[in-house]
Design a protein around this ligand. Structure first.
Ligand SMILES: *[C@@H]1O[C@H](CO)[C@@H](O)[C@H](O)[C@H]1NC(C)=O
Ligand SMILES: *[C@@H]1O[C@H](CO)[C@@H](O)[C@H](O)[C@H]1NC(C)=O
Ligand SMILES: *[C@@H]1O[C@H](CO)[C@@H](O)[C@H](O)[C@H]1NC(C)=O
Ligand SMILES: *[C@@H]1O[C@H](CO)[C@@H](O)[C@H](O)[C@H]1NC(C)=O
Length: 465
């Protein structure tokens, strides 16, 4: 939103009026993409309208259940925890924590009977990735509930049980039930999501079972048409089981690259096997050229600008696609941090995008700084909602992760999680280890810090160093 006739009093707290060299710029979010404080402020500004959308769009007030979708809330929790970890901003932590646990459902498996009839593997996976994000960031555990790590393991265990050799020599299908359309389809986000979760659980716990599965899913993905290293690291969207995975659905989506990319980066960081570095660099190369088109290079802002090229220019992105850039930005940042040789490739793409996000997020008629979908366009493009806010937050978070530079924790940094992890019994998911009040000094401290409003993230960051 450029300078208009609105009264300054109508501007929300987030909107800023800058008087620079006589030029009046109204309500862009001012972002200096090299400055951590500036990025933190921008993230907070973006969260506020996102949070309003979240509260308004809950189905009949069910915590963490959005009307018309289930997984997008899980993906939002994942993004908010990652932002909290690098910014210390904990304003909504207690609700994120509660709602994310609530949606684990009655059996703590992210497969509650309310939804399990129509969930796909990829839907469930976003909550699995949110749960491992909670583990890695030291997001506070909840008294008398399973740990975040055990929830992530539950998703992993369910999905590897769905490994399906009947067609295509393996892979997991997109949908879970034979009666669902798409049951025989094997897609990249489902298989790539399980691959990423396996790699992250492996690095977090050092349990070899996860690494073995990560190897297996990767190898299968390359043998199928999903990942084609020989064609410049092409990643297809899907392949059809009915045709024994001979064909491929060729729409190009950033999250299919990003989801595998973060997995290869975790594998390299954990194993130091050069083949994983090679794979990280290969996927990153294609992602960086295809989704950061040259004509959007922004010389004024510096760097490149992320574009979901298959739908954004024509405004044909659906509510799922509107999110992709946000997740992919964070996954690129994981690669940049965990495989330091890729840092310089990732940084200008995320910084250029962050600067551009500040200009795109000047929407709404009341100075509420709504974000739109086209980061390359310097005023709001009119798209609004939780999804575009969440994508913008992911873009800012990815950039901040690069500047803060701390990789994910492992269980060794988190004695609390380690102890309960060792108690975990895969055969009895109902008896997931629960945290009991006062059983650990560490969790007690966290609770107090959290309760008193002290930034728990800061504590974790200090503890890690
Ligand atoms: C399942 O649906 C019931 C009825 O709408 C609701 O009360 C409950 O909170 C839902 N549970 C979850 C996990 O969404
Ligand atoms: C490693 O993880 C697998 C899969 O979750 C589990 O079955 C196994 O018990 C774990 N091993 C150890 C030593 O914790
Ligand atoms: C849900 O969010 C959309 C924006 O994506 C908004 O237009 C709509 O009004 C919201 N629905 C409700 C019931 O508030
Ligand atoms: C693993 O990641 C850390 C950052 O968390 C980095 O310092 C380290 O160099 C990485 N290890 C390898 C083998 O690249």
């Amino acid at each position: 939103m450029r300078w208009g006739s609105r009264s300054l009093l109508s501007l929300g707290g987030a909107a800023l009026v800058l008087l620079l060299q006589g030029q009046v710029v109204l309500s862009d979010i001012p972002i200096t993409a090299t400055d951590k404080e500036s990025l933190k402020e921008a993230g907070k500004t973006i969260i506020e309208p996102m949070w309003d959308f979240y509260l308004q769009n809950q189905t009949e007030g069910i915590p963490g259940k959005l009307t018309g979708t289930w997984y997008i809330a899980g993906a939002m929790f994942m993004t908010m925890m990652q932002f909290w970890h690098v910014s210390g901003y904990n304003e909504h932590n207690s609700v994120v924590s509660h709602d994310m646990m609530f949606q684990a459902g009655r059996n703590y498996d992210y497969f509650d009977a309310n939804y399990s009839q129509w969930l796909g593997n990829d839907d469930q996976m976003f909550f699995g990735l949110a749960a491992i994000t909670a583990s890695e960031t030291g997001f506070p555990e909840i008294n008398n509930k399973p740990t975040w790590t055990s929830l992530a393991r539950s998703v992993f265990n369910q999905q590897v049980d769905r490994w399906n050799d009947e067609q295509c020599d393996g892979g997991i299908t997109w949908q879970i039930h034979p009666w669902q359309a798409g049951y025989t389809l094997r897609n990249s986000i489902s298989n790539g999501g399980l691959f990423q979760l396996a790699a992250r659980l492996g690095r977090f716990t050092q349990n070899q079972t996860y690494f073995e599965w990560a190897e297996r899913i990767w190898d299968w993905s390359v043998e199928s048409p999903l990942i084609q290293p020989e064609i410049n690291w092409y990643v297809a969207d899907s392949t059809s089981g009915d045709n024994n995975c001979q064909d491929s659905g060729d729409m190009q989506w950033s999250y299919n690259y990003g989801v595998y990319l973060a997995g290869t980066a975790y594998m390299y960081n954990a194993t130091e096997d050069p083949k994983w570095k090679n794979r990280t660099q290969g996927l990153l190369g294609r992602l960086s050229t295809h989704f950061f088109p040259q004509n959007y290079d922004n010389h004024e802002l510096g760097g490149k600008i992320f574009c979901e090229v298959s739908c954004e220019k024509l405004h044909t992105c659906d509510r799922n696609m509107l999110n992709f850039k946000g997740w992919s930005s964070m996954w690129m940042a994981m690669a940049g941090i965990l495989v330091p040789e890729t840092y310089d490739t990732v940084l200008p793409k995320l910084q250029g995008s962050a600067a551009a996000i500040g200009r795109q997020c000047d929407g709404g008629s009341n100075g509420e700084n709504l974000c739109g979908s086209r980061w390359y366009q310097d005023t709001w493009d009119g798209i609004q909602g939780l999804e575009v806010q969440q994508a913008a937050l992911g873009g800012i978070t990815g950039t901040l992760m690069m500047l803060v530079g701390n990789g994910a924790q492992t269980i060794e940094n988190n004695p609390d999680a380690k102890e309960r992890y060792l108690d975990y019994n895969d055969d009895q998911p109902d008896s997931l280890p629960k945290i009991t009040t006062g059983d650990r000094v560490g969790s007690w401290i966290l609770t107090v810090l959290w309760g008193s409003g002290i930034v728990a993230a800061g504590w974790w960051l200090i503890k890690q160093q």
